[in-house]
Design a protein around this ligand. Structure first.
Ligand SMILES: [Zn+2]
Ligand SMILES: [Zn+2]
Length: 198
């Protein structure tokens, strides 16, 4: 019988492992120049149009499959269903948190200083450092592996790729609330690096 504390530790370990996978998959699979893969193609579409996101049904089916395989393998290795469940479920739930945070960053205006910082961090990745700043829910692994580049405000955002919440609905210009954080530019080449992966 697994203790509650051990289950909790495994659950947290699973969630922390996802934060590392988030950095690893984004940097080494989605933005790789070497390996042509469907994830990289899909991610290139997201950079070309930041509102483009794969729908929840496909994402949830994928994560359910990964959790199911993880539980089955650990069940065989550990012989205990409860112990086998905590780690994959922690990992899978943190993945769902990542997906939710990523969508909210693009589609909803910030309400807190932390939300504002999270958006600046990800906008920096999209339009300035597409080969750096891979963490979405945190910058921890970017710091660990030297891929963290601090942003300086105001950050340039191509007008046609601007997040909907950045724009004043009446004028279509940058909303007053964000003039300290962002500046709209005409073309992608007006920003220092191409946002579209090669
Ligand atoms: Zn994004
Ligand atoms: Zn990216």
């Amino acid at each position: 019988m697994t203790t509650l504390l051990a289950l909790l530790a495994n659950f947290v370990a699973g969630a922390l492992t996802w934060t590392f996978l988030e950095w690893l998959l984004h940097g080494q699979l989605f933005h790789t120049r070497k390996l042509r893969n469907s994830f990289a193609k899909e991610h290139a579409l997201h950079h070309a149009d930041p509102t483009h996101m794969v729908g929840w049904p496909r994402k949830l089916l994928g994560v359910a499959f990964v959790i199911g395989v993880g539980v089955a393998v650990l069940r065989l290795a550990l012989g205990d269903f409860e112990a086998a469940t905590a780690f994959p479920v922690g990992l899978g739930l943190m993945y769902v948190v990542y997906e939710s945070v990523h969508r909210i960053i693009h589609m909803k205006a910030p309400r807190t200083a932390y939300g504002r910082w999270l958006r600046l961090q990800h906008v920096q990745h999209h339009f300035h450092t597409p080969r750096r700043n891979f963490g979405v829910t945190s910058t921890v692994w970017d710091h660990v592996f030297g891929t963290y580049v601090p942003f300086t405000t105001p950050l340039a955002v191509p007008r046609r790729l601007a997040m909907p919440w950045l724009l004043d609905p009446e004028t279509g210009e940058l909303a007053d609330a964000y003039v300290d954080d962002y500046v709209l530019v005409r073309r992608t080449r007006d920003v220092p690096e191409s946002a579209v992966p090669a």
